[in-house]
Write a protein that binds this ligand. Structure first.
Ligand code: WT7
Length: 650
């Protein structure tokens, strides 16, 4: 592992922000002492701790055992029967929340829709019946490739209601990426839309689905929401319109009592090999984890209006736009489009218009807001805003301070939340009324979490020493396996450090026990808060007929955190040119999706390799970052290769 040079901590940040006393007085968790007491209780008896929280939710049948742990496989609330859609919707329909807004949606063109919990119950039940009529049964997989419209939330909740396992593929992925995921999941149905609006243009979702599904033998039906009204081809016997099927369907469909370990969803994420991993999450533990963390971290109250800017195509949208938030009976704002369309004030306008009180976004977005200028947020009323959050990557202190001043008006606590697709929910975070914050640190693990920073032998390192971030005991929302590949799950996550879950992140713990995340230590880049396996981008490049070899690395980027740079050597007979570089970028866009296009392509006659033939990415990273000193080159096979690459840079 070429990690030693990456996990030296250089960040020095001494500012501490104590919780606002007015906020603390009304918070669910009111003081550091209260959080400590929770942490102590959870450490002494984690099963009792989690069982008490689970008891706040609806179970058709109680569990017989809280935890069954045969490392690395966990089962939570064993024998219990529940339904997360019931807990997100039906439970609230029996209370005064029945006619409260569950989802407030704003489309990019400016249209808007409000769904109460009762509306959601009818719509979700209707779509559950549509899925059943298409032959979807408990345990079947349903693929979802949609714009950020209410039907997306309705679709995943309908799957959850009948026990179908959803697999959402972010609408920015290409048809090839969609095809591979649908084939791995063996999806029976794909739900999509004619198209979606993005920055004033239209994304041709149905066209991509047609290309993908032609090569997906398991997919029997495609349900199409009419969103843009653009022309699409409807394949007879396969494609059906959402609105036609919904009009025929009954709005009554009782939620299916499901085993706590019934698979709720598969979400594909990047790893160090070219093959995406289907991260499997199940029902009961995930529900309890996202419910509890939404309450502690976002301090949700009945009068709140909560706005998460993530797309449901990523785990943040699953856990903290839909499930955890609705499980608390809170109102969730959902926005379809780009944050700077038609102007860079769109999100601020939404906060003002709907009286948003809690706002959750990514550092990469905040850096864009900074760049766009203070005049945009300053035009709007933020008087109802009381809490801000971030997720996806470390937040640099400058962005943190800007967020606090320009959006929080120095009145709103900021919760920097660390977690992963694999963890299901937030694991390291401040509690806004209880935890003093330090800009750039996600602070402390949630109660019941046994987290450490260790060296490569699994030995805990001292304060302020960098190391690997690991977790020693299971937690309710943890991924259960990689779909159809339990061996890979074991190997990738549970064998780096004996008996512990390996996050893949480097971190240090300061003298107060606060965690500072130092980024990924494997060959994964974090672009705009989303992990991309460099291998996947390399495979895409090499699949182009001119490319002999490719190495992809991340380099720091002011806005996106990291940007992708690709070093490419060509098959003989091909010559480097700007046109070819652009063609290769487009090719990656086609293979994976636009967001994965390299920011820069560097042509090279040869790539730097060790004597055993391994590409020395560490050196390429140094070059891509424009770093003056390139690290240790003694294992390099041919030094002249490096010299050629550097000359090229000048
Ligand atoms: C990786 C997980 C969790 C939803 C979004 C990304 C990085 C995430 C933070 C944070 C520092 C963070 C880590 C992690 N990360 N949140 N608050 N501070 N780093 O999900 O695509 O599964 O990526 O994002 O490196 O391992 P993901």
């Amino acid at each position: 592992m070429s990690s030693s040079d990456q996990i030296q901590s250089v960040l020095k940040e001494d500012r501490v922000f104590a919780p606002n006393p007015d906020f603390a007085a009304k918070a669910h968790v009111k003081s550091a002492a209260e959080r400590e007491a929770m942490t102590k209780a959870a450490a002494e008896d984690p099963e009792k701790f989690w069982a008490e929280i689970a008891g706040e939710l609806h179970w058709f049948e109680p569990w017989k055992k809280v935890l069954n742990w045969k490392a690395p496989f966990a089962e939570w609330f064993v024998g219990g029967k529940t339904n997360i859609a019931y807990n997100c919707i039906d439970r609230h329909c029996e209370t005064s929340r029945r006619n409260k807004a569950a989802i407030i949606w704003e489309g990019e063109p400016g249209d808007s829709r409000v769904l109460t919990f009762a509306d959601l119950q009818r719509e979700v039940s209707r779509f559950s019946n549509v899925l059943k009529a298409l032959g979807v049964e408990k345990g079947d997989r349903v693929g979802v490739y949609m714009p950020m419209i209410p039907e997306l939330a309705i679709t995943i909740l309908a799957c959850a209601r009948i026990g179908a396992t959803h697999s959402v593929v972010f609408g920015g992925f290409s048809s090839d990426a969609l095809r591979d995921r649908m084939n791995d999941a063996e999806a029976k149905v794909v739900v999509t839309a004619d198209g979606g609006y993005r920055r004033g243009g239209v994304v041709d979702l149905k066209v991509n689905v047609d290309t993908a599904v032609d090569e997906c033998p398991t997919v029997k039906s495609v349900v199409v929401v009419q969103r843009t009204g653009q022309d699409v081809t409807m394949k007879a016997g396969r494609d059906v319109w959402w609105h036609e099927k919904m009009a025929e369907a009954s709005d009554v469909c009782p939620a299916e009592p499901l085993d706590a370990e019934h698979p709720l969803f598969i979400l594909y994420t990047s790893g160090t090999t070219g093959k995406p991993k289907g991260v499997v999450h199940t029902t009961g533990g995930y529900m309890v984890h996202t419910y509890a963390t939404s309450r502690w971290v976002f301090d949700l109250k009945d009068e709140d209006t909560y706005f998460c800017t993530a797309d449901i195509g990523w785990v943040t949208g699953h856990s903290y736009l839909v499930y955890g938030i609705l499980a608390n009976g809170a109102t969730s704002v959902m926005y379809e489009g780009a944050p700077n369309y038609p102007k860079p004030d769109r999100l601020w306008q939404i906060i003002d218009k709907y009286g948003v009180s809690i706002f959750y976004t990514a550092p990469t977005a905040i850096r864009s807001f900074v760049k766009w200028g203070n005049e945009w947020p300053r035009k709007y009323r933020f008087d109802r805003l009381r809490l801000l959050g971030t997720v996806g990557e470390p937040i640099n202190p400058e962005a943190w301070i800007w967020y606090n001043r320009e959006i929080g008006h120095e009145r709103c606590p900021i919760v920097d939340t660390w977690w992963q697709t694999e963890t299901g929910g937030i694991l390291v975070t401040p509690f806004p009324g209880a935890t003093p914050t330090k800009p750039g640190s996600a602070t402390l693990p949630i109660p019941g979490l046994d987290m450490e920073v260790v060296d490569k032998n699994g030995v805990k390192v001292g304060a302020n020493k960098g190391g690997f971030l690991i977790i020693r005991k299971p937690w309710p929302g943890m991924m259960r396996t990689i779909y159809k590949d339990p061996e890979r799950f074991k190997e990738q996550y549970w064998s780096q450090v004996e008996g512990a879950y390996f996050t893949g992140d480097g971190a240090r713990q300061d003298e107060d026990g606060y965690f500072w995340i130092m980024g990924r230590i494997d060959d994964v880049v974090n672009v705009s808060g989303h992990r991309l396996g460099t291998m996947e981008v390399e495979s895409a490049l090499v699949s182009h007929n001119t490319v002999a070899e490719a190495a992809v690395v991340g380099r720091p980027d002011e806005i996106t955190g990291q940007a992708i740079e690709a070093f490419v050597s060509l098959e003989s007979g091909n010559n480097p040119s700007d046109e070819l570089a652009e063609e290769l970028r487009q090719h990656v866009g086609k293979e994976i999706g636009s967001f994965a296009k390299p920011a820069k392509i560097r042509f090279a006659d040869a790539l730097p390799k060790t004597r055993s033939g391994k590409i020395m990415r560490r050196l390429l990273r140094d070059i891509a970052s424009g770093s003056e000193t390139v690290g240790d080159t003694t294992t390099l096979e041919d030094l002249s290769v490096l010299a050629a690459l550097r000359d090229d840079d000048e």
